[in-house]
Write a protein that binds this ligand. Structure first.
Ligand code: SAH
Length: 396
């Protein structure tokens, strides 16, 4: 087996079970491993540290898999890791009212670069590292045995694969039958038509499952504004819980079309709702000009800070967005605000909200903190896996 030797003093994080080795920490690569090959990682003194897979195209040159020297990384090792991840979702798999969630979440499940989502009878797979690309046949077979899906299809994100020096995947069906263009899934007892072919990311943002239900409890009998609504996660939960009226804003026509379908298939048509296809920032200003006010506002924007270098700009964007929303709330109104930027941690997010409150001339109380759900676990040795956070604010 090839081996990779670390520079002096670079072994500390590895010993704390952190799974990433950046290329700058490497003293020497012994032999010529191909990308995706399993290597032995040693410290500067050549003492064993861990096994991982190698990729000289990636910023993360080694992704660690196993810290026990006696354990061989073979087919049965991979199968066990897959079984363990799926087994940890048993509570979700047993649920009657939900059939869409994440079954495997990359490093968080000790399978770097592998993401598997369930959409009712179908599974979507993302293979984002050269290491997991190689285990595709084992993965498909194990998933078939464990979950017996009607079909498994590839939804590997092209830009993540490019970062790893991998060719864009051809996509499409990997096993079984092709999913229909609109697949109906269920979450919290609500039906969603997911457009697998064109939908964003994995066609549905299952990471907000718990938060949608929590917010809906506060929306009863209120006038709600759902910004960045996509196919209506927050809107539909609020409609189910008896919101008085909802306005949903998104810049994507396809998202709003899907939201309309979702309202129909759930028979929520009786409650007043409005869809606005617009840039949220522009729309918030327009509401301000027309003096339109709401009891509760949801802000679930896309990732503003893809990396730490974008933090200053992103912080300003979050602040401006939240300040505008605060100005549209009635006295004592609620703002459910999220950030899915890993670089923005909860304390910075609170700080941003404090700046927004000051600029808006409002007093804000944080009454609830949101995080990612149990199918998106955060490994204690891998804090980078924590990305979704949110605050429920009472704005006075
Ligand atoms: N809240 C949604 C998920 C939001 S994903 C849910 O529960 O499912 C982010 C959404 O923001 C996407 O639908 C995207 O189309 C939309 N979006 C991105 N930038 C936008 C902008 N400037 N104005 C309005 N919508 C935007």
């Amino acid at each position: 087996m090839y081996s990779v030797r670390l520079k002096k003093g670079k072994e500390k994080a590895v010993k704390q079970l952190h799974p990433w080795i950046f290329s700058g920490a490497i003293e020497q690569v012994k032999g010529k491993p191909e990308n995706g090959d399993i290597i032995t990682l040693t410290d500067y003194n050549n003492d064993f540290l861990a096994y991982g897979f190698y990729n000289d195209q990636s910023r993360v040159a080694v992704r660690l898999l196993e810290w026990n020297q006696e354990t061989e990384i073979n087919e049965s090792w991979w199968r066990k890791k897959i079984q363990k991840a799926v087994g940890a979702r048993q509570d979700l798999i047993q649920k009657e009212d939900t059939n869409t969630y994440r079954l495997i979440f990359s490093e968080a499940d000790f399978l770097p670069g592998l993401i598997v989502d369930r959409f009712a009878d179908f599974l979507s797979v993302q293979l984002l590292t050269s290491g997991v690309e190689r285990i595709k046949p084992i993965l498909l077979d194990e998933l078939q045995q464990l979950l017996k899906p009607k079909g498994i299809f590839d939804r590997s994100d092209a830009s993540s694969r490019t970062h790893e020096g991998l060719e864009a995947s051809s996509g499409g069906v990997l096993s079984g039958i092709e999913p229909p263009e609109f697949l109906t899934v269920k979450e919290n007892g609500i039906l969603y038509d997911v457009n697998i072919v064109q939908g964003q990311k994995s066609g549905f943002y299952c990471d907000q499952r718990d938060n949608r239900r929590l917010v809906a409890d506060y929306a009863k009998g209120k006038r709600m504004l759902d910004c960045f609504s996509y196919s209506g996660g927050f809107t539909l939960n609020a409609l189910k819980q008896g919101v008085l009226e909802v306005v949903s804003v998104d810049s994507s026509a396809l998202a709003l079309e899907t939201l309309k379908r979702n309202i129909e298939i759930n028979k929520f048509n009786k409650i007043p709702h409005r869809f606005i296809q617009s840039d949220v920032n522009k729309q918030l200003r327009q509401f301000r000009e027309s003096d339109e006010k709401f009891d509760i506002i949801v802000l679930d924007p896309p990732k503003y800070a893809p990396s730490r270098s974008a933090l200053t700009k992103a912080s300003r964007a979050y602040k401006d967005l939240n300040r505008m929303a605060m100005l549209l709330l009635k006295e004592g109104g609620l703002l459910a605000t999220y950030s899915c930027s890993g670089a923005v941690n909860i304390s910075l997010f609170k700080q941003i909200m404090a700046w927004a409150a000051l600029d808006a001339g409002k007093e804000v109380q944080f009454i609830h903190q949101f995080c990612q759900p149990s199918d998106h676990p955060i490994r204690s040795s891998f804090p980078e896996g924590e990305y979704l956070k949110g605050l429920l604010c009472r704005v006075g």
